[in-house]
Design a protein around this ligand. Structure first.
Ligand code: ZN
Ligand code: ZN
Ligand code: ZN
Ligand code: ZN
Length: 253
């Protein structure tokens, strides 16, 4: 809420026409001097930019481009004349306040300014004139409950801290689990490598076993052949001996 809603100008008719905004017909607020030299309230010209209008100056009437709105410094004497305009507080009726000091009046000494209860933070819905606030606070149940509420807030705060700590621990553990998973993956890959090597060795063993088996077969065949040769030799030697003895026995005496 802007403070100009809370005052009115004293002797409005006597205010210099050069201080009046062509858009809102009031003395300038936060004046800006635009490219064509016209002066407007900052908020008034901003309103016109949003609606895509032309410059409100009759003699200019250009489309309000960004260039046209480039503000020039407002002459200091204009600012000081505006600051010195006299206003009356609409709330408390205090009059002859300079416009420059009105915010100070409203925030500080104005007894009628509406304020919220000081216990609004703990739930008091009261709002009223500043000069009734002290009276209200004396009876305000929320203000009376404040010590209890403060204790509860502390409990909540401690729980919040505990939760934060647990969250941090959980995060750390998640990171550790991630690292362990990576290690596990690496070990799985190593294991796979070993399994492949074992497979190779097993197939080598198998082919060696096959070779051994065929060598054994060859040996068996050779043994068979050797036995045949042996029995042939045996038979030969026996038949020779027989021939010998036959010769002796047939010799005439
Ligand atoms: Zn204006
Ligand atoms: Zn213009
Ligand atoms: Zn006032
Ligand atoms: Zn209250």
């Amino acid at each position: 809420m802007t403070s100009n809603n809370f005052y009115e100008y004293i002797d409005r008719a006597s205010i210099d026409e050069n201080l009046i905004c062509e858009v809102c017909h009031n003395p300038f607020l936060d004046p800006v001097v635009i490219q064509c030299g016209s002066t407007y309230c900052g908020p008034c010209i901003e309103q016109n930019i949003k609606s895509g209008s032309h410059c409100p100056s009759q003699s200019c009437n250009q489309l309000l481009s960004a260039d046209h709105l480039t503000p020039n410094p407002t002459p200091r004497h204009i600012i000081s004349m505006l600051d010195n305009l006299r206003v009356r507080c609409r709330l408390c009726g205090e009059t002859n306040v300079s416009r420059r000091n009105f915010d100070e009046h409203l925030q500080g000494s104005c007894p009628e300014r509406r304020i919220d209860c000081s216990a609004k933070d703990v739930g008091c819905p009261w709002s009223g004139p500043k000069n009734e606030h002290n009276e209200h606070v004396k009876m305000c149940i929320f203000e009376k409950l404040r010590p209890v509420v403060d204790i509860l807030y502390k409990v909540i705060e401690n729980q919040r801290l505990d939760i934060e700590k647990l969250q941090k621990q959980t995060e750390q553990q998640t990171t550790e689990i991630g690292q362990l998973n990576t290690q596990l993956d690496q070990q799985k890959a190593q294991l796979q490598g070993h399994e492949i090597k074992i497979g190779d060795i097993q197939s080598q063993n198998q082919s060696q076993n096959n070779e051994i088996a065929s060598i054994r077969e060859q040996i068996t065949t050779l043994e068979g052949k050797i036995n045949k040769v042996r029995s042939a030799i045996h038979w030969l030697s026996q038949s020779q001996e027989k021939e010998h003895s036959d010769i002796h026995t047939t010799l005439p005496i």
